[in-house]
Design a protein around this ligand. Structure first.
Ligand SMILES: *Cc1c(COP(=O)(O)O)cnc(C)c1O
Length: 437
């Protein structure tokens, strides 16, 4: 399988090139040349398969030409050391709990898969050290740092906005040591993302060291996220609830929902998607006006979605470019909602009082979007609960007036000692820092 750039001005790449490079040389995002559809009987049989079997089937479809199936199975198995259960919250609304991985956020799936795939290519080709640059508004950094921890031949630099990630998130990538370095940037998440993008475009830096990304820019990180959409369908099909599925995705960089759209393209029966935003709502604005206007992000209590220029928008446009009127088709398949911090808090409070289910601020957007979307009696709504509420304990406790439990996995991180390097948001200082490595 070859990968093309969404900007169409870069040569086709192999899977290995796309994974090692991250971004194409024309600044576009890599897309697989084609998307195979799964046979209907395979879809009908998903309910009888384990998560591992489902994921292997999907992985085979994307990566099967390029990796021996035994190796791919092993990568999938090591990635999915945890389940993603579907839990009923009320009536016809279910939470797809994606937070049972090592860092308690859905990004564990993509990060662990990518680390293993990249590690495999490095070993196979005897490549010199690959340096992963990752900008984070909180959850990406922890998932990537933990996913890549100790993988030979890879060093990870996590760039995060000083003072804008929760203390629990921060300790998940600043305390690891080994091949993980945390860079504390005096700026916003968008500044961090801009630094990473500039680094990839800098000739001198790229001559000096081999750089790649682990943001959802990278195909190896975002594509595996389609696994859990199939798994959600399988679990709901088992209880006869999958006929009219509406899937709501709390969205920031739009990698997760794009993986859902890929699942749909592969034949997963989804009636429509719902993109739930916080106040960073450029996508909703696009749905309403047909015009995409990226702008600086604003901070919210759902901070992993504080993205003003969602990088995967380019992939969505590319997917729909087969239609005469992409905007109309996108609006037919995806509805959009946006919530202020006050609305998010209100949803969390009400849901807790009514159902005892503890939403995190991101999942709360997904859940409320389903409520606002007014499902019919035959429809089943699933929202992706993208992080464990304890990752945002301060926020959640004060909203619910509770003292929620911190899972042991998370407590272990908090015992470590913070190590980070402080840098300004000027590209020059970041570049000089890397040139000295
Ligand atoms: C990253 C993240 C999101 C947004 O996912 P995208 O793929 O960037 O749209 C939502 N919720 C949580 C908890 C996250 O960490």
């Amino acid at each position: 399988m070859k990968y093309y750039s969404t900007n169409k001005k870069a040569p086709l790449a192999s899977l290995e090139e796309a994974v090692v490079k991250g971004l194409a040389c024309d600044k576009g995002l890599y897309m697989p040349e084609y998307i195979d559809t799964l046979d209907e009987d395979v879809i009908a049989n998903l309910k009888n398969m384990s998560f591992h079997e489902i994921a292997c089937t999907v992985a085979q479809s994307f990566f099967g030409e390029d990796i021996e199936s035994e190796i791919l199975d092993k990568i999938v198995k090591e990635t999915l050391s945890f389940e993603t259960p579907v839990v009923q919250v009320k009536e016809n609304i279910y939470s797809l709990e994606l937070f049972h991985g090592p860092t308690l956020a859905f990004k564990d799936v993509g990060a662990r898969f990518m680390a293993r795939l990249l590690g495999y290519f490095i070993k196979k080709e005897g490549l010199k050290q690959v340096n992963v640059l990752v900008a984070t508004s909180g959850d990406t950094g922890s998932a990537v740092a933990n996913g890549f921890l100790g993988v030979p031949g890879i060093h990870v630099y996590v760039l995060y906005p000083k003072g804008k990630v929760s203390p629990i998130q921060e300790c998940q990538f600043t305390t690891l040591g080994q091949n993980i370095t945390a860079l504390e940037i005096d700026g916003t998440f968008d500044d961090c993302q801009a630094l990473v993008k500039s680094a990839f475009m800098d000739d001198e830096l790229n001559k000096h060291m081999k750089l790649t990304s682990a943001n959802s820019i990278n195909v190896a990180r975002f594509l595996p996220q389609s696994f859990f959409y199939f798994n959600a369908y399988a679990q709901l099909d088992k209880i006869g609830k999958a006929d009219e599925l509406v899937i709501s995705v709390p969205s920031g960089n739009f990698g997760n929902i794009t993986a859902g759209l890929f699942a749909y393209w592969m034949g997963l029966p989804v009636k429509r998607f719902v993109a739930a935003n916080n106040r960073n709502d450029v996508f909703l604005e696009y749905l309403r006006t047909g015009v995409y206007t990226p702008r600086p992000s604003v901070p919210t209590i759902a901070n992993a979605m504080d993205v003003g220029a969602p990088s995967n928008f380019a992939r969505i446009m590319d997917l729909f470019s087969v239609y005469d009127n992409p905007h109309k088709e996108i609006c037919n398949l995806i509805s959009g909602y946006r919530f202020t911090d006050e609305e998010i808090a209100e949803t969390m409070k009400q849901t807790y009082n009514e159902t005892k289910y503890i939403l995190d601020p991101h999942g709360a957007c997904g859940y409320q979007a389903l409520l606002d979307n007014k499902l019919t009696a035959n429809e089943t709504g699933v929202f992706l609960e993208t992080a464990h509420p304890a990752k945002f304990k301060g926020t959640v406790d004060s909203i619910l007036n509770a003292d929620i439990k911190i899972p042991a996995k998370l407590q272990a991180f908090m015992k470590g000692e913070k190590q980070s390097v402080e840098l300004t948001k000027a590209f020059g200082s970041f570049k000089n820092y890397l040139l000295e490595k």
